[in-house]
Design a protein around this ligand. Structure first.
Ligand SMILES: C[S@@+](CC[C@H](N)C(=O)[O-])C[C@H]1O[C@@H](n2cnc3c(N)ncnc32)[C@H](O)[C@@H]1O
Length: 215
């Protein structure tokens, strides 16, 4: 998979370097062959998504949000938000994803940015939220089923006093009613994934007081 990606600075966030792909289809094809699964997930981990870019910009501008705190990056993909948190001075950073290629990418990208990220490679959305101070959720509303599972989990985290930041470039399933906008950034993505190269990436806090299934 490394042959299909190149370690390079993230556009607009040049202090962060990630193994990124230029084209999605050849890499996706390689993943399908490697896994023997024609329905293998898209290689999300080889791109910096609009939501994650917005969070990374936000942490660069507001390092206090995570400095000295324990951070958990949900649906980490390349590890972009986790690395941004690490660079902003987080006390510890844990990243999670369900794609085994993403787990390898997070590890490689953390090393490329001279940092340490603990990695959880299972689906945590049926578990109670972790014992951390801040949860980051970059670009998790691109698919209805995932968005429907993520929101209650984030609300449970919020109800436990965890600060929750959601980054999103205007996805269809974003639960706007449950969110409060904190900031917006022009982010550079790629037309391999989006209709436009530049998008506005928003950063939201999860509103308090709506948690279900509290544990
Ligand atoms: C659009 S990418 C966003 C990646 C990164 N946060 C960013 O903004 O660049 C969404 C990621 O969610 C991951 N994902 C999907 N379902 C998940 C789940 N139940 N738990 C954790 N990660 C999940 C996918 O594997 C993918 O890496």
């Amino acid at each position: 998979m490394l042959r299909q990606t190149r370690l390079r600075p993230v556009p607009g966030l040049e202090e962060i370097r990630l193994h990124l792909a230029d084209e999605v289809l050849p890499l996706w094809h390689a993943v399908q062959i490697e896994t023997g699964d024609p329905d293998a997930a898209l290689p999300y981990w080889a791109f910096a998504w609009g939501g994650g870019l917005a969070i990374a910009h936000h942490l660069r501008e507001n390092p206090d949000v995570v400095a000295g705190r324990r951070v958990f990056d949900l649906a980490s993909g390349s590890g972009l938000c986790a690395i941004a948190a690490m660079r902003a001075g987080a006390a510890s950073v844990t990243a999670t994803d369900i794609d085994r290629f993403a787990l390898a990418a997070i590890e490689l990208n953390a090393r490329a940015n001279r940092g340490r990220i603990a990695i959880v490679g299972r689906d945590v959305l049926d578990d109670p939220p972790p014992d951390v101070d801040v949860v980051l959720a970059g670009d998790c509303s691109y698919e209805a089923r995932l968005a429907a599972r993520v929101l209650p989990w984030l609300q449970r985290a919020r109800a436990r006093g965890i600060d929750v930041l959601v980054g999103d470039p205007g996805r269809r399933y974003l639960p706007l009613d449950a969110l409060e906008e904190l900031a917006a950034y022009e982010v550079r993505t790629t037309t391999e994934l989006e209709d436009l190269e530049y998008k506005v990436g928003h950063v939201y806090a999860v509103r308090a007081g709506a948690a279900r299934n509290e544990t």
